[in-house]
Design a protein around this ligand. Structure first.
Ligand code: SRM
Ligand code: SF4
Length: 515
């Protein structure tokens, strides 16, 4: 690291001190010890913070029952991997569940510390890793969910996403070069024409773009600095750089190095990449990246190639491979149980190619189903619950974890979100999907700013009593020409929300009341 980090050490925040005392990745060697000590006897900083470098999250809401966050590059996993995750959850009975996350990923719940050695052995056996998935690390890298299947795709993102993950995790073993960033860091690569991964809300995003000179070559325009936080939300801005696919990993590394060595570390509320870009200006940031690269960056292509509205991939779709189909199943608010995961793994094997894919809308795709097997696949009983044809509000519903497991939450989200759309669907006729996103607090894990209607948990009051409420966001636009929504209403008590949403749906989204 350069001097910048050293010279600012005097005014380091609590987490910087914690990392300086002992790198988060150091706990990798101590898993056996923690397992025999138990969660109550462990060092509290190892338990509550450093274990997150292994993807293990202490949950103050359910002490002793940890959450584990995986890494699933491009949101792809095999049936053997899904089955391994189900086997891990199975032993926890009612405490065990999984969530598909807003970063095409899976989180496991109910995990006991004494089982960690066995769990990591199970991961290793099927090629899974949860390394560096929390705290000041790079999050799961998102890529096009139908990469390699979509006849209209511009670029198959799978290999690049894997290469980037391998670079900063040392092939999933842990990489101390990138285990002490100033803050979390999000990366996305979009390959389809519809920006299926919300490129604009990532710290670093690669968006397909054609460079005309000397001949027409497909590469990527680079966006930087997108992020949501309780304090500030920003869409990513152009770096004014076009990179060829061969250069994506090195450019990514250079940007990570600049952020690691120069990112602001004094105030955690001002540590995401955009704050450094603000301080330096984009020109200086770009030239520091060039210094790390040891060459100049080409200017951005005049336009990117995102020209479609965003797809949700739910339903049956023809693949570019003749005679094959992918089927997107709707998973209500992303929640799965061991039994479901076993069944999905079996279905992917029996009907598909043993592959399963996840979307940032917390849904699931089974690809490579031959035409000849499709009709039988569609009669599988699991498709009654995980349907290919959900009602139009349910279809686009996204929700963060909320109060059931998250101690930042100001409100319960997932169950409430489902009940609310079902109640609204019972009183309205919709003509098109409306994307409703719930998030339990201003951290915005449920991305309310990209939604048609975004609901952010807050505390409010009604008749002099403190009650759970939401701030309402509107105007989020995804896909081509995306932009973030903004707050329209503040502090609506959850118990009064249904008529407010009904009016918004009627007046802004063409919904018709049943009577
Ligand atoms: Fe998040 C912290 C859950 C996507 C912004 N997020 C948390 C923690 C770890 C807080 C905690 O320790 O309890 C939550 C874990 C709760 C739990 O038990 O599940 C949590 N975030 C999630 C997930 C699971 C929401 C979901 O239900 O899908 C998502 C996991 C993604 C993954 O697989 O890695 C998740 N979080 C996001 C996103 C969306 C995205 O990446 O597109 C954001 C906004 C985008 C961004 O980060 O720029 C997001 N999470 C945050 C923040 C605010 C970051 C900041 O700079 O201030 C926090 C708080 C923090 O980091 O201090 C946070
Ligand atoms: Fe927890 Fe808040 Fe993130 Fe929801 S938005 S998962 S409540 S931190």
């Amino acid at each position: 690291m350069t001097d910048t980090v050293t010279t600012t050490k005097t005014n380091l925040n609590k987490f910087e001190k914690l990392k300086a005392e002992k790198d988060g990745l150091a706990v990798k060697k101590e898993i056996e010890k923690f397992a025999s000590l138990g969660w109550e006897a462990m060092d509290i900083n190892d338990r509550d913070h450093r274990l997150k470098w292994m993807g293990v999250f202490f949950r103050p809401v359910t002490p002793g029952k940890f959450m584990m966050r995986m890494r699933l590059p491009n949101g792809i996993l095999s049936s053997a991997q899904l089955r391994a995750l189900a086997t891990i959850l199975q032993r926890y009975g009612d405490d065990g569940s999984a969530d598909i996350t807003t970063r095409q990923n899976i989180q496991l719940r109910g995990i006991r510390i004494e089982d960690l050695p066995d769990i990591f052995a199970k991961f290793e056996a099927v090629g899974l890793t949860s390394i560096q998935s929390g705290m000041d690390n790079i999050r799961n890298i998102t890529g096009d969910p139908v990469a390699g299947l979509d006849a209209d795709e511009l670029f198959d993102t799978r290999e690049l996403v894997q290469q980037i993950q391998d670079m900063f995790t040392n092939q999933g073993q842990g990489n101390p070069e990138f285990s002490n960033l100033p803050r979390k860091f999000n990366i996305a690569i979009t390959g389809g024409r519809d920006n299926s991964v919300h490129a604009e809300i990532n710290d670093l995003a690669f968006v397909p773009a054609l460079k005309d000179y000397p001949s027409s070559i497909l590469g990527f325009n680079v966006l930087v600095g997108g992020f949501f936080s309780a304090k500030r939300c920003e869409a990513a801005i152009p770096l004014n750089a076009w990179v060829s696919p061969e250069d994506v990993v090195t450019v990514c590394r250079a940007i990570l190095e600049v952020y690691r060595d120069h990112g602001l570390r004094a105030n955690r509320l001002k540590s995401r990449l955009m704050w450094l870009i603000d301080e330096w200006g984009i020109e200086k940031f770009r030239s520091e990246v060039e210094k790390r690269l040891g060459k100049t960056l080409l200017p951005a292509a005049a336009k990117d190639e995102i020209d479609w509205e965003k797809r949700d991939h739910i339903g049956v779709y023809k693949q570019k491979q003749l005679g094959l189909n992918y089927v997107g199943l709707h998973i209500p608010v992303g929640r799965l149980y061991a039994k479901d995961m076993f069944e999905i793994a079996n279905m992917a094997e029996v009907y598909g190619s043993s592959e399963i894919r996840l979307t940032v809308e917390q849904n699931l795709i089974i690809p490579n189903i031959p035409d000849s097997r499709l009709a039988t696949f569609l009669t599988e009983p699991l498709l009654q619950r995980f349907t290919i044809n959900p009602d139009l509000l349910t279809r686009s519903l996204v929700s963060c974890t909320g109060a059931q497991f998250c101690n930042f939450a100001l409100i319960e989200t997932k169950n409430r979100a489902l009940e609310m759309v079902q109640a609204l669907e019972a009183e309205l006729t919709l003509t098109r999907p409306v994307r409703i996103h719930w998030t339990g607090c201003p951290n915005s894990c449920g991305q309310p700013q990209v939604a048609d209607i975004g609901l952010m948990g807050t505390k409010t009051s009604k008749n002099g009593k403190a009650v759970e409420g939401v701030d309402i966001y509107m105007g989020g636009k995804v896909g081509k020409d995306p932009h973030l929504g903004s707050r329209l209403h503040k502090g609506i008590p959850c118990e009064d929300l249904q008529p407010v949403l009904r009016d918004l749906l009627v007046h802004h989204f063409g919904a018709k009341p049943h009577n």
